[in-house]
Write a protein that binds this ligand. Structure first.
Ligand SMILES: CC(C)(COP(=O)(O)OP(=O)(O)OC[C@H]1O[C@@H](n2cnc3c(N)ncnc32)[C@H](O)[C@@H]1OP(=O)(O)O)[C@@H](O)C(=O)NCCC(=O)NCCS
Length: 162
């Protein structure tokens, strides 16, 4: 598996799993049924943001991540990142590889910390993965997310220094 910068031609491979993950409605604070154009504009970052893809040797896109500044001006030294792995390729280490890559890249670009703004508390796979990469739950916003199965659940703000 290789992780490289995404190019516009990667979008047709990203859109099917991104659309599915948003439609599931249990992990992202984004519209469940966005237009493709809107989703592309959100996911395919322009500098200073970056979007990367994890690809198999045969070119199959397994997952994608985006990262960049979480805030602007005097807070622009704190980065943020988002991750999506194609469900058919989940549980194979792609998320961990993308997470490690984002942390390394953010550090190399001079960011001093990384913040995840809205990790759904029932997303136990993601929470455990981020904790294993050194992120701490700083606080949990109670009932901030309407989960399709569990109803109102908390959103973690997770943070680590780089
Ligand atoms: C969360 C997500 C990015 C993880 O990606 P992934 O490729 O499936 O994760 P990995 O295979 O690298 O596994 C990461 C860890 O989760 C654990 N894990 C795997 N499947 C799991 C499951 N069903 N439940 C709990 N933990 C699980 C693994 O043990 C692994 O830990 P390890 O490396 O110590 O073995 C991916 O599932 C995803 O895109 N989910 C939908 C969108 C999302 O939630 N994004 C993150 C928002 S904060």
């Amino acid at each position: 598996m290789e992780i490289r910068d995404a190019v516009p031609g990667d979008w047709p491979a990203i859109w099917p799993f991104l659309r599915q993950i948003l439609a599931d409605g249990d992990t992202y604070t984004l519209p469940r049924h966005p237009t493709e154009e809107w989703a592309r504009s959100v996911w395919m970052q322009e500098p200073p943001g970056r979007t990367v893809v994890a690809v198999e040797d045969d070119g199959t896109v397994l997952g994608s991540a985006k990262f960049g500044p979480n805030h602007l001006g005097p807070a622009s030294h704190v980065s943020t990142a988002s991750f999506m792995v194609a469900p058919e390729h989940a549980g194979q280490g792609v998320g961990r590889a993308l997470g490690e890559h984002a942390v390394e890249q953010a550090r190399a670009e001079g960011y001093r910390a990384m913040q995840f703004n809205a990790v759904v508390e029932t997303n136990t796979r993601a929470v455990a993965l981020w904790q294993s990469l050194g992120f701490e739950v700083m606080t949990t916003l109670p009932e901030a997310f309407r989960h399709p199965v569990h109803g109102y659940v908390g959103l973690h703000i997770m943070y680590r220094r780089l």
